[in-house]
Design a protein around this ligand. Structure first.
Ligand SMILES: NC(=O)C1=CN([C@@H]2O[C@H](COP(=O)(O)OP(=O)(O)OC[C@H]3O[C@@H](n4cnc5c(N)ncnc54)[C@H](O)[C@@H]3O)[C@@H](O)[C@H]2O)C=CC1
Ligand SMILES: CCC(=O)/C=C/C=C\C[C@@H](O)/C=C/C=C/C=C\[C@@H](O)CCCC(=O)O
Length: 319
């Protein structure tokens, strides 16, 4: 995809990764509509970008992605102001394990809302031009982050939702690619704020596991993650793909085509099988964190990769 004069929308654009995605899109010739709930930081960024790229390349809109009224209202303003939308980055996200309903509303609800709003406008059957949607998950969307089970759930949800919607878009010929970015820890305020006690419900051993991960492997800079984001935007062969990036580099994840293709161990069951399968999970005291899949061919324990890094993948150069 040639980005010259394409129109992009980025949520959570005022700082952190969102700001880096805005800047790399501008550097590649796109116009960008910035959406963020933080008006003051967003206004400040808009004036900075005006000086560097010109006043006509960006607009900033204050909106909360958890609000249908807010998000839809701003979306209609953007379509009216720019005339078209070719790229959407659903980036807005938080981490708060105590106020977990809000975390779900922003991280998953906001991505769903943005994806649906964009498809209504972008899909070819509605007279749209097609395009690409990039949903920002995390490596916590590919492997559990013990410090943040709710955050992990939302990011797994972003992966599952995006892969399913990419399949819908392909089958329905929407002309819209939907891809997923899964970064390791990145040096932003989300990460630094997370360490404040108000967020953490976890016991010290859990906290030390995560902090040692960051200390041993380091954290990414936002501009490196933005290069991975650009690969997903520009590579028109990618739809339903997840690009994972950590201090060792970027790799496309190879997911099993179907749940049945996951590595598994059979379990014997007789009649009324789903209840029998439930009982196996209740009674077998060796099982913790295990998933028992059951279909007409029987029941199998799924063997998940221990860590996101253990997933099959293909390296990508970011130069
Ligand atoms: N920082 C990290 O280590 C990683 C972050 N991510 C994901 O990247 C995305 C961006 O995170 P960061 O840049 O690190 O965070 P950040 O906190 O630096 O920036 C997030 C931006 O989203 C905005 N925002 C929050 N709630 C919103 C809402 N309801 N409506 C509109 N805007 C809202 C904030 O005002 C802020 O400007 C998030 O989805 C996060 O989960 C993924 C992997 C690693
Ligand atoms: C400091 C506490 C904390 O967890 C902060 C997290 C904040 C946001 C960053 C998040 O999106 C990054 C997640 C990175 C996850 C990395 C790998 C996961 O798959 C856990 C793997 C555990 C392992 O490798 O053993």
């Amino acid at each position: 995809m040639d980005l010259k004069d394409k129109v992009a929308v980025v949520t959570g654009a005022a700082q952190g990764l969102g700001r880096s995605f805005v800047e790399i899109l501008l550097k590649n010739g796109a116009k960008v509509a910035l959406i963020d709930v933080n008006k003051s930081v967003g206004d400040e960024l808009k004036s900075t970008l005006d000086q560097e790229y010109g006043r006509d390349r960006t607009e900033f809109y204050t909106a909360d992605v958890t609000s249908e009224e807010d998000f839809k209202g701003v979306w209609e303003k953007i379509v009216k102001a720019f005339g078209r939308i070719d790229i959407l980055c659903n980036n807005a996200g938080i981490i708060n394990e105590k106020h977990w309903e809000k975390t779900i509303a922003v991280n998953l609800g906001g991505v769903v809302r943005g994806t649906y709003l964009a498809l209504e406008h972008m899909k070819k059957e509605n007279g749209g031009n097609g395009g690409v949607i990039i949903n920002i998950s995390s490596m916590a969307g590919l492997g559990p982050l013990p410090m943040a089970p709710i955050y992990t759930a939302t990011k797994h949800g972003v992966v599952g939702f995006s892969r399913a919607m990419a399949a819908v878009s392909k089958l329905a010929n929407y002309g819209v690619r939907i891809n997923i970015l899964c970064p390791w820890f990145v040096k932003t305020s989300l990460l630094s704020n997370f360490n404040s006690e108000e967020h953490i419900e976890q016991t010290p051993p859990v906290k030390s596991v995560t902090e040692s991960m960051m200390q041993t492997r380091g954290c990414l800079e936002t501009d490196v993650v933005a290069k991975a984001f650009l690969v997903l935007v520009k590579d028109e062969s990618k739809n339903g793909d997840a690009l994972m990036i950590d201090p060792e580099g970027a790799v496309f994840i190879t997911f099993p085509e179907r749940a049945k293709d996951l590595r598994s161990t059979p379990v014997s069951l007789e009649t009324d099988v789903v209840a029998k399968a439930f009982l196996v999970l209740v009674k077998d005291e060796s099982k913790n964190g295990d998933a028992l899949m059951i279909d007409p061919e029987g029941a199998v324990f799924i063997t998940f990769p221990e860590r996101a890094k253990d997933l099959r993948s293909t390296p990508v150069s970011l130069e």
